[in-house]
Ligand binder design. Structure first.
Ligand code: NAP
Ligand code: MG
Length: 403
């Protein structure tokens, strides 16, 4: 078979530990034999981030802006232990945070569904994608503990310098707590646009919920911005695509999600997204079966697995012990990026290849061949637990039978 030719490079962001090991195996076994893989390579492994004073992370994000599609391996976010372990010059920021800051994007997380790994919620037949707003609210809060006799007030300085003071609470009768949160309209609008664009891209309905009845200014502003952007720029496109934008109170959305068949994109305010994405991923089976894509309002896509570098498995690997680490989400990060590159460059062979590699991955699991994490939770009775490498080789065998 002739290798598939690419015209534009993918921005490849390599990473750390066990996922870096899987990354190379995936390239060697599942990609390079079939594709004349064209990438612009950035090594985001912690050693190279340290050697470049983290400039490599910034460069990789700028390359993503230039080319439009990136694929990222999981990376270590250093803490004090990592500073010692890697003899770092400083405690660098999370690479994902740096990249998100440059691309100004929204993260969409979607579980990968296979037969034999059944969601806890039996009526969920299709994946539910969570889109989390990644700015503001309680994550950039200002809070304080107050003693009895103290008073908390909200002071607003208007543009002309005049001040308006609103009483939050008078703690005359006893001590208490106070918290202030904020958001900015530009960020909410970017979030809305990313969600509408992604819904069109995926041809899926978009749901959004906030507490606008209780929070008549704050949450209502989220509702209003989504509604204005939708009416102005997306209603026609949604009608043409045959998809729907649905807004309701957050409690109603939660209740409806539980009763639904799944298949929608669920836009969440920052805190709701933090909490609900953990619920969705555990209800669908495993963090190792969750993909993640960062979509910028200008249409840059960065694909990755939702899990981390699987440090515990890596230390076993370093000792020469066999590991059984699940590579599915990392494989799907590659297929997501290759499919998007194929769509943008009009290379149908690349799109078909991405579809086939995803199918080969799920068929291999459905045939009972899987890594340990899935073997422990599957309802299939005849299963073989494979090592990290043997699973990838089994996927290659299935892929070859499909090509
Ligand atoms: P983790 O790497 O996601 O792993 C936590 C545990 O979940 C593992 O020990 C393993 O459980 C299980 N697991 C996760 N992915 C798996 C897979 N593909 N196959 C099988 N089991 C899997 O989280 P962590 O240990 O908290 O973090 C490790 C490093 O990753 C940290 O340095 C953190 O900064 C980084 N991190 C990076 C990203 C990112 O780049 N997007 C995200 C999160 C964390 P068992 O040990 O029980 O088998
Ligand atoms: Mg969370």
């Amino acid at each position: 078979m002739e290798k598939i030719v690419m015209t534009t490079p993918l921005v490849e962001m390599d990473g750390d530990e066990m996922t870096r090991v899987l990354w190379q195996m995936i390239k060697d076994e599942l990609l390079c034999p079939f594709i004349d893989l064209k990438t612009e390579y950035y090594d985001l492994g912690l050693k190279n981030r340290n050697d470049t004073d983290d400039q490599v992370t910034v460069d990789s994000a700028e390359a993503a802006l230039k080319y439009g599609v990136a694929v990222k391996c999981a990376t270590i976010t250093p803490n004090a232990a990592r500073v010692d372990e890697y003899k770092l010059k400083k405690m660098y920021k999370s690479p994902n945070g740096t990249i998100r800051g440059i691309l100004n994007g929204t993260v969409f997380r979607t579980p990968i569904i296979v037969k034999g790994i059944t969601p806890c919620v039996s009526n969920w037949k299709q994946p539910i994608t969570i889109a989390r707003h990644a700015y503001g609210d309680v994550y950039q809060n200002v809070e304080e503990k107050l003693a009895a006799g103290e008073k908390a007030e909200l002071v607003i300085t208007r543009a002309d310098g005049s001040k308006e003071v609103k009483l939050i609470h008078d703690f005359e009768k006893g001590s208490g707590i106070v918290q202030s949160v904020h958001n900015v309209n530009d960020s909410i609008e970017s979030f809305a646009r990313s969600c509408f664009n992604y819904a069109l891209d995926q041809k899926k309905d978009l749901w959004f919920g906030a507490k606008d009845t209780i929070s008549k200014q704050y949450d209502h502003t989220f509702k209003d911005i989504f509604s204005d952007v939708f009416e102005k720029d997306y209603r026609d496109k949604f009608e043409k695509a045959g998809i729907e934008y649905f807004y309701s109170l957050i409690d109603d959305i939660v209740a409806r999600i539980m009763k639904s068949k799944g298949g929608m994109i669920w836009a969440c305010k920052n805190y709701d997204g933090d909490v609900m994405s953990d619920m969705i991923s555990s209800a669908f089976g495993s963090l190792a079966m969750m993909t993640s894509v960062l979509v910028s309002p200008s249409g840059v896509y960065e694909y990755e697995a939702a899990h981390g570098t699987v440090q515990r498995h890596y230390y076993k690997h370093l000792k020469g012990e066999e590991t059984s680490t699940n590579s599915v989400a990392t494989i799907f990060a590659w297929t997501g990026a290759l499919r998007k590159r194929g769509e943008l460059d009009g290379i149908s062979a690349l799109i078909k290849f991405a579809d086939k590699l995803e199918l080969a991955t799920t068929l291999t699991i459905e045939d009972g061949k899987m890594t340990k994490d899935l073997a422990m939770i599957t309802s299939l009775t005849e299963t073989v637990t494979l090592s990290s490498h043997d699973f990838i080789k089994a996927v290659r065998k299935t892929l070859e039978s499909l090509i």
